[in-house]
Design a protein around this ligand. Structure first.
Ligand code: FSX
Length: 294
């Protein structure tokens, strides 16, 4: 029988400090459906092989610990880390063997050794996010900061968002498989420009309201949501055109302000959800938002 040869890419997905929102969101992928990502080719002749995934696999206890040990031997894997990495202490244990408790920090060190690419999935992994929010009692840090502290040098791509869109993760993996990790255009925060190349503000259907100076004063009003705390003018993502839940809607489309969740400043430095940002320099060619011109 003439069987088609498949290229198989080992994928290991582990979680640090998080709410599991990133995995929950990305497992809701619809285009392609998650069952096709897991069971079929992600590209013609290329298949992902999920060696370890806390939310997909049925193994638990000793069997899960053994699977994680085996996964460490996989050459050329894609290591997906979601959630921040805690500092000192036995936070986020991934399992126990005998008297030894393994922490996420130890697992990241071990698993990254043979990985060909590391993806920091979600704003906690990419930038610290809510997990590293003040006063940060666990010393949570981003994957990039953890790599620097531990002298780990691996290709790293940040897929920020709290949570991130499934397309941002699987679209990036596909782009890497097609072009090679070195040929992915990243922004200054290691985010793929394919998905994070423009401000929400540049693509927002409410932009004409902003330019006219028509601002909603309360939720439900017609107008731009800037005065109700919308962080669109400082937030890079393609939510307005990509939309969420199988293109059902997105945050501003449903009448709520963008929270700025893809940004490195989130959450401590973007302001409260409903507090207006002030004096923000928006993209080139767009006017500066100041308290005077609104
Ligand atoms: Fe953080 Fe993700 Fe927000 Fe939650 O893994 S980016 S709190 S959606 O789950 O880490």
């Amino acid at each position: 029988m003439n069987q088609k040869e498949n290229k198989v890419i080992p994928v290991i997905s582990i979680q640090g400090q998080n709410c599991t929102g990133c995995v929950t969101s990305t497992l809701c992928s619809e285009y392609p459906a998650i069952k096709n990502i897991v069971l079929s080719d992600i590209l013609p002749g290329v298949k992902l092989d999920f060696l370890f995934h806390q939310n997909l696999m049925t193994a638990s206890g000793n069997l899960a610990v053994e699977m994680l040990e085996q996964a460490q031997q996989a050459e050329g894997s894609v290591l997906i880390i979601d959630g921040a990495i805690p500092g000192e202490g036995i936070y986020c244990s991934t399992g126990q063997k005998g008297q030894k408790t393994y922490t996420i920090a130890e697992e990241v060190v071990s698993l990254s050794k043979k990985a060909s690419l590391v993806i920091a999935l979600g704003t906690c992994a990419a930038f610290g996010g809510i997990s590293a929010g003040s006063p940060n009692p666990t010393g949570a840090q981003s994957v990039e900061d953890f790599f620097m502290t531990n002298s780990i040098d691996k290709p790293l791509i940040n897929i920020s968002g709290c949570p991130p869109h499934p397309d941002w993760l699987f679209g990036t993996i596909e782009e890497v498989l097609l072009k090679g990790a070195d040929n992915i255009q990243l922004d200054d925060f290691r985010r793929p420009k394919t998905f994070y190349g423009k401000l929400i503000h540049e693509q927002c259907p409410n932009r004409s309201y902003f330019d006219e100076g028509k601002f909603a004063k309360k939720l439900g009003d017609e107008g731009c949501l800037y005065e109700l705390g919308c962080k669109g003018p400082i937030t890079y993502a393609d939510c307005p055109i990509r939309q969420w839940n199988g293109k059902t809607n997105w945050v501003i489309g449903s009448g709520a302000p963008c929270s700025g969740c893809t940004q490195p400043e989130y959450p401590d430095f973007v302001g409260d959800f409903y507090d207006r940002i002030i004096d923000v320099q928006v993209a080139a060619n767009a006017k500066k938002i100041t308290t005077e011109n609104i």
